[in-house]
Write a protein that binds this ligand. Structure first.
Ligand SMILES: NC(=O)c1ccc[n+]([C@@H]2O[C@H](COP(=O)([O-])OP(=O)(O)OC[C@H]3O[C@@H](n4cnc5c(N)ncnc54)[C@H](O)[C@@H]3O)[C@@H](O)[C@H]2O)c1
Length: 324
C-alpha cells in the first residue's frame, strides 16, 4: 500500500516507517526536522520503497503530488512545558487542516495521532474512549495541547459527517523506546536514562507521585498498524497503551531506571523541580488506560512489560551516547 507518514523522522514516525517498510509498503515520509532527526531514518535511505521529503506541513503545497491510500498524521507540537502555547494551538490546527484537505480531495484515509492528555484530570479511572475530558482553566498553558487535540478530533469527526472522510483516531499513552527524543520533549525515560548513565541527578517535576502507564514503542506501532489496516478501525477512536497494571509513579520510574543502570544497591540522585518553575503549570495526577476496545475490536495485544521495554531503551541510548 502507498502510505504518507507525517513526522516520519520523529520518534513514533521513524519506528512506524521501519515496520511498514519491513512489511513491503511504500512510505513517503514528511518532516521539517524541527524535532525529528535524520539519524532516525538514515537506515531507510537505500530502500526503494521509502521517499523522504524535508518540508514544512504548514505550507498547503507540501502534500501536493504525493499519492497515498492512507495518511498517518503524526507531526505535531506537544505539551508546551518549555515552549509556546500559541505555537501548539496554531500549528496543530494548520497542519491538520492541510492534511484533512488532501484526504477529502483525494479520498485517502486519515489515521490521526491524538493523546491520552485529552482525558486531563478526570478522576474516573481507567480512561475508556467514551470517558469525559476534564481539563483545568485556560490560564494554564499546558492544556493548550489537549485542547488542540480535542479540537482536532472534533474537526475530523465533523468532516466525516459532512464529507464522508474515512478516519481512525488513536489516543497514545506515553510511548517510549529507541529513537525517542533525548530531551524532555521525548518524555521522562530519555532524560532519566541520560542522567543515570552519567551518574548525575535526575530532575523530577513536582513530588514524583503522579502516575503514568507507559507503552513500549513496538506495542504503539502494533496499535497504529491495527488502526491503519483493520477493517473494524474505520471511523473509530482507540486508546493505544500498555496493560493498565503497568501504571507507575514518576518517582518509581526514576528509581527503576537508575537501578537498572547503576545496580540495585545504588541510591538514585534526584532533584525535585517545583511545578511553579514552569510558570502556571498543572499536572495530571494519575493516568490509566482502558484498552478493552482495541483488544476486542482489532485484536491488539501489548507484548512488552515496562521492565523489558526499558531494558531495550537503555541499551539503545547507551550505544547512542557512547557514539556521541
Ligand atoms: N510520544 C508519545 O508518547 C505521544 C503520546 C501522545 C500523543 N503523541 C502524539 O503522537 C505524535 C508523534 O509523537 P512523537 O513522540 O513521535 O513526536 P516527535 O516530535 O518525535 O515527532 C513529530 C515529528 O513531526 C515533525 N514536525 C513537527 N512540526 C512539523 C511541521 N510543521 N512540518 C513537518 N514536520 C513537522 C517533527 O520534526 C518531528 O519529527 C504527535 O502527534 C504527538 O502529539 C505522542
Amino acid at each position: 500500500m502507498d502510505i504518507i507518514v507525517t513526522g516520519a523522522a520523529g520518534f513514533i514516525g521513524s519506528n512506524l516507517t521501519q515496520s511498514l517498510l519491513e512489511k513491503g509498503h511504500k512510505v513517503i515520509g514528511i518532516d521539517n526536522l524541527s524535532y525529528g532527526n535524520l539519524r532516525n531514518i538514515k537506515k531507510f535511505g537505500k530502500d526503494k520503497n521509502f521517499q523522504f521529503v524535508k518540508a514544512d506541513l504548514k505550507e498547503n503545497s507540501t502534500l501536493e503530488g504525493y499519492d497515498a491510500e492512507i495518511i498517518v498524521h503524526l507531526a505535531s507540537q506537544k505539551i508546551p512545558r518549555y515552549s509556546s502555547a500559541l505555537l501548539t494551538l496554531n500549528e496543530n490546527s494548520v497542519l491538520l487542516k492541510n492534511v484533512l484537505g488532501k484526504c477529502i480531495r483525494e479520498g485517502c484515509k486519515l489515521v490521526f495521532a491524538s493523546t491520552s492528555d485529552i482525558y486531563g484530570k478526570n478522576p474516573d479511572l481507567p480512561y475508556s474512549e467514551l470517558s469525559n475530558m476534564v481539563l483545568g482553566p485556560t490560564t494554564v498553558k499546558r492544556w493548550a495541547y489537549a485542547i488542540s487535540k480535542i479540537y482536532a478530533e472534533q474537526l475530523i469527526i465533523a468532516n466525516n459527517a459532512e464529507f464522508s472522510l474515512q478516519y481512525t483516531i488513536m489516543r497514545f499513552f506515553g510511548s517510549y523506546g529507541p529513537n525517542q527524543n533525548l530531551t524532555w520533549w521525548g518524555g521522562p525515560q530519555s532524560v532519566f536514562i541520560d542522567k543515570a548513565l552519567k551518574n548525575e541527578p535526575m530532575d523530577i517535576h513536582g513530588d514524583g507521585l503522579q502516575t503514568r502507564t507507559f507503552t513500549f514503542i513496538s506495542d504503539t506501532v502494533q496499535g497504529i498498524e491495527k488502526c491503519m489496516f483493520h477493517p473494524a478501525s474505520t471511523n473509530e477512536i482507540f486508546n493505544i497503551a500498555a496493560n493498565p497494571d503497568e501504571e507507575i509513579t514518576i518517582a518509581d520510574l526514576g528509581d527503576k531506571i537508575w537501578k537498572m543502570i547503576n545496580g540495585n544497591d545504588s541510591e538514585p540522585k534526584i532533584n525535585f523541580i517545583p511545578y511553579n518553575s514552569f510558570g502556571n503549570y498543572e499536572d495530571v495526577h494519575r493516568r490509566v488506560p482502558d484498552i478493552s476496545k482495541i483488544k476486542s475490536s482489532l485484536g491488539f495485544k501489548p507484548e512488552f512489560s515496562l521492565t523489558d521495554g526499558l531494558a531495550a531503551t537503555i541499551e539503545w541510548q547507551r550505544k547512542l551516547e557512547v557514539k556521541q
